[in-house]
Design a protein around this ligand. Structure first.
Ligand SMILES: *Cc1c(COP(=O)(O)O)cnc(C)c1O
Length: 964
């Protein structure tokens, strides 16, 4: 048979071919799903749900969809506009060799990058082990007793350390002394964060100023170790001085340097922060990288961010879990220790694996090589007549170049190398793991006068000593735990990584129906560009001309997101949703101030809001006033009116989520916005639920003044096991001047200052969202929204007789997620929502969102990417679990011994000699469909949460704990 086509070949090219790859529901499925829901068409369903008053005036204006190949080709051209020069800039960002085994099996592996934050401990043991390794690594290298996992970047970590100190010390001062020799971006972010809290940042720009400042009154001191200019100060006396003032001493430290330097914990520092970027994460124009924060033991209950701890499971074995969650915003709201939700888990895993792979000896060898090259570089420069300013250095030396500064930097650029111009008349040069002898000789040639003979590395190599002062050389051991001393062959490492990921459930195994989190497809074509060298190996503060590709990516993505949201201006700098909230509220605050209304500081927040909202409001110094919700889950308009009236002179804004966290499109949202505007307040629309809006309605059109987006929800950046994310802040026209700036990165100095260390935040993951928009086009994005709504309504309808949906609009429909009400089951069977969540693990599913926003419920968000088959498999599991509950209700199984209470079941527990439960072994195993169900075996039984917090332990478990 011939296989010819009568039509022109062009017709076989289908630019929309990616859309059905992203959307799991096929056209043929839709009719069936709609009949279950009781609507005639997808369009009719959506029109019956989204209030007519907010429907988009016109479709989004985006480039037409492109195939995966075409989009990659176009992005390749953008990437090619970046120029990857050898970087000697330093300043917190260094070249690093990501070990191939880590690059391929973690950074590029969906088993790691598609996982969610480890709230469900039993299916997250692998990534939590990696995070405990991270915490142990940080503790060991800094010499501190406890560290978290992780912070968003070094600069925000320093700012969090500042507020941690403020909460913890006895000094009543509002002043923090900051050494002028800290990284400039760190100083900038600390200044941004201090201002709204009424904290004073005093910069000490010389040794004299430093000495004088330390004699004054302050609650904290921040110093960089080694300093940004490279010198290494002995801080011991300064720490003592600070302590005599009842103040905390914060050290921003470089982990690689700490393999050779006396760690801050050994000279009694109170808090140590820094980045782990050079442990295997590419520079990526500024992020994502994991930062760390370690502190003294008595500060631990006040620590910001996520902390993994060790507890026990139902069989008495060690088991990891997120510890001290009562500090976090989900529970503590505006009294939380920080607003951090999404952190930097994937980069933290990479950094920890880098330490596991190299081990203490390997790290020390890398550090020694860097330090020795630095000493050689210094010697050669001196021979050329450029004596470094300081005697001490680890990896950075600085030169006073005066008038010649610019021409030196330009000469380096002409040799495809970047060196750092600091304080206008100095040059700093930083070396790293990737530095070669050719690099050293190239650097010498930059500084050599015409005709001057160049030194040779070999001339100095013999007996070269690093420039680390004797008194500051490290003598203590680190990374002594077996995990850092075992997996040093590639085979061993490969198997260790695989063993950990096998313990976890991620999107590569089954759907993760987490409400509010939007666990959709992270397409491989979207992921591929992030490790292209043109995106990965570029320094955030490289000359602007070399960052043209990123500039174009930034510009196009912002334009598209403006289309999607209806806003006038966007900044991609915030590196998580929480940071977007913070930046947005800062913009509102600054706008009020610009109108002479700086006293407006009341932020109204409905009781159903996500915890980051009140936590962010607190960080900008706003007063949170909670407004009620009515019985249907909507904002109570009467209560809102009353609160507006009561606070009318001080009203700054309201923060709403739309569609609401209750999973419904509130009909009166336009009226709500108008009411707040009438009282002089601005409207913040939390954009976490944009997956129900893109192409259908735009917050910037229906009354929102500010939103943040979560590109790691709606726009396909994977969750990475709890980060990285990107949280762009979007504003209407009159707030555009108040978007974040970045003096260090040379981005507009208006605005509210820098909110992230790097001008483009987590720049290296932006290609993911770019690819998604480019391949979907306006129609594909709208279709995704509609199918997300369709799938949520299908699940809600199919489960109606088993688990009623708590909130719906008048016609019974929901938005893109639905809250299943499990509260009545407690009464009839003793079964809780948590039991159902744990039982789902036996059936091979990640639980839906548990007890948010309503305690005792499960919030299900299927997203558009799941197939009908998978939705039905999930529904099947939920129905099977309901049947099990019915057996408990009927008294067939006791309330305290049934498959739900004992879930999840490990293979070991099911196979143990004599079976002693009221239900059969087979029921415990929960194999739903033997033909298609690849059984997931949880590695541990249910984790004891209380034990873990009572006996807080946050480092690697000694092997003895595993022995009976
Ligand atoms: C996820 C989420 C946030 C916080 O975003 P992060 O990126 O995790 O900081 C805020 N609000 C809502 C409603 C969310 O679902």
């Amino acid at each position: 048979m011939l296989m010819q086509t009568a039509r022109p070949l062009g017709e076989l090219e289908n630019p929309t071919e990616f859309i059905p790859r992203h959307i799991g529901i096929e056209e043929a499925d839709e009719q069936h799903m709609l009949s279950v829901i009781g609507e005639a068409s997808r369009r009719a369903l959506v029109e019956s749900i989204v209030p007519r008053s907010i429907a988009r005036a016109k479709p989004m204006q985006l480039p037409p969809p492109a195939t995966e190949a075409a989009a990659l080709k176009e992005l390749r051209q953008i990437a090619n506009r970046n120029q990857v020069f050898k970087s000697f800039i330093g300043q917190g960002y260094y070249g690093t060799h990501t070990p191939g085994v880590i690059l391929r099996n973690i950074l590029e592996n969906p088993a790691w990058y598609t996982a969610y934050t480890p709230y469900q401990a039993e299916i997250s043991q692998g990534r939590m082990e990696a995070l405990v390794n991270f915490q142990t690594m940080v503790c060991d290298l800094t010499g501190m007793p406890i560290a978290n996992a992780s912070m968003l970047d070094e600069a925000t970590a320093a700012a969090e350390a500042m507020t941690l100190a403020k909460r913890s010390v006895r000094s009543k001062s509002n002043t923090i002394v900051v050494a002028g020799d800290c990284h400039p971006q760190t100083i900038e972010v600390v200044q941004t964060r201090a201002a709204p809290l009424g904290l004073q940042v005093v910069l000490a720009n010389s040794h004299e100023e430093w000495v004088k400042c330390l004699e004054g009154d302050y609650f904290a001191v921040l110093a960089q170790y080694p300093a940004t200019s490279g010198r290494i100060d002995d801080l011991r006396a300064d720490v003592e001085k600070a302590h005599s003032k009842q103040a905390a001493f914060i050290v921003a430290a470089d982990l690689l340097a700490l393999t050779l330097l006396v760690p801050p914990g050994e000279f009694d520092a109170d808090i140590v922060v820094g980045t782990t970027q050079r442990f295997g994460m590419p520079m990526g124009a500024g992020g994502p990288h994991a930062a760390y924060l370690a502190c003294r033991d008595d500060f631990k209950r006040s620590m910001p961010g996520r902390l993994v701890g060790v507890s026990v499971d139902s069989h008495g074995n060690p088991a990891y879990r997120l510890a001290l969650q009562t500090r976090e915003q989900h529970i503590r709201r505006e009294k939380a220790t920080s607003n951090i939700c999404t952190a930097q888990v994937l980069p933290a895993v990479v950094a920890s694996m880098y330490a596991v792979y190299h081990g203490p000896q390997g790290l020390k060898r890398i550090a020694l090589r860097v330090a020795s090259y630095t000493a050689i570089l210094a010697k050669g420069l001196e021979q050329l007549g450029h004596k470094p300013r300081r005697e001490s250095a680890f990896d950075t030396i600085s030169l006073h170049t005066g008038e010649a500064t610019k021409s030196c930097a330009a000469r380096a650029v002409s040799m495809k190398a970047n060196i750092r111009v600091a304080w206008e008349e100095y040059i700093c040069i930083s070396l790293d793991e990737t530095t070669t002898r050719e690099d050293i000789e190239l650097l010498w040639s930059v500084f050599a006068k015409p005709g001057q003979a160049l030194p040779k590395v070999a001339d100095y190599e013999k007996g070269i000593e690093p420039l680390i002062p004797q008194a500051l050389r490290r003598t203590s051991d680190f990374l002594t735990h077996p995990v850092f001393n075992t997996h040093h062959s590639e085979t061993g490492m490969l198997r260790y990584i695989r063993a950990l990921s096998d313990k976890d459930l991620a999107l590569d195994r089954s759907m993760i129906p987490l409400g509010s989190c939007t666990m959709k497809l992270n397409a491989t074509s979207e992921m591929i560009p992030i490790t292209w060298p043109e995106f990965a190996h570029i320094h955030p503060f490289a000359p602007r001309e070399q960052l043209q590709g990123y500039a174009m990516l930034d510009e196009q993505l912002r334009a598209w997101l403006c289309e999607a949201t209806g806003y006038a201006g966007i900044s991609l700098q915030p590196n998580a949703g929480s940071q977007g909230e913070y930046a947005g509220l800062l913009a509102i605050k600054a706008w009020h101030e610009s109108k002479g209304q700086g006293h407006r500081n009341v932020c109204l927040i409905p009781s159903s809001a996500h915890g980051t909202n009140p936590a962010s409001a607190q960080m900008v110094g706003m007063q949170v006033v909670v407004t009620a919700c009515d019985d249907n889950g909507n904002v109570d308009m009467a209560d809102l009116q009353a609160k507006c009236e009561q606070h009318k002179d001080k009203l700054a804004c309201i923060m709403i989520t739309y569609p609401s966290t209750h999973g419904v499109f509130e009909m009166q949202v336009k009226e709500l916005c108008a009411m707040v505007h009438k009282y002089g307040g601005r409207v913040y629309v939390d954009g976490a639920n944009m997956n129900a809006l893109v192409g259908v309605a735009a917050p910037g059109e229906f009354g929102g003044d500010v939103s943040h987006l979560n590109l790691h929800k709606t726009f396909c950046i994977p969750h990475g096991g709890g980060g990285p994310g990107v949280g762009p802040v979007c504003v209407v026209e009159d707030l555009v001047p108040f978007l974040p700036g970045h003096a260090t990165g040379g981005v507009a100095d208006h605005g509210v200052g820098a909110v992230s260390a790097a001008p483009l935040g987590n720049a290296a993951v932006l290609p993911i969202s770019w690819m998604y928009c480019r391949m979907m086009g306006a129609e594909g994005l709208r279709q995704a929204t509609e199918v997300a709504i369709l799938s949520a309504n299908y699940i809600s309808a199919k489960l109606r007789d088993h688990y009623p949906t708590l909130y719906a609009s008048e016609n019974g429909h929901v938005a893109h997620e639905c809250i299943l009400d499990l509260r009545p089951l407690k009464e009839t069977s003793g079964v809780t929502a948590e039991d159902v969540a744990k039982r789902l693990i036996d059936y091979g599913f990640h639980a839906p969102t548990l007890s948010f926003p309503v305690p005792g419920t499960l919030m299900v968000e299927p997203t558009e990417s799941e197939t009908l088959d998978e939705l039905d498999r999930f529904i099947g599991a939920m129905v099977a679990i309901r049947e099990e509950i019915r057996r408990v209700e009927k008294g067939e199984w006791p309330q305290d011994d049934n498959p739900l209470k004992n879930a999840p079941h490990t293979a070991a527990a099911l196979m143990k000699g004599e079976w002693q439960h009221a239900y059969p072994r087979e029921a415990g195993a929960a194999v739903l469909d033997e033909r298609r169900h690849a059984k997931y075996w949880p590695p541990i039984g249910r984790v004891d949460n209380v034990y873990g917090d009572r006996n807080l332990f946050c480092s690697c478990v000694p092997l003895a704990a595993y022995e009976d």
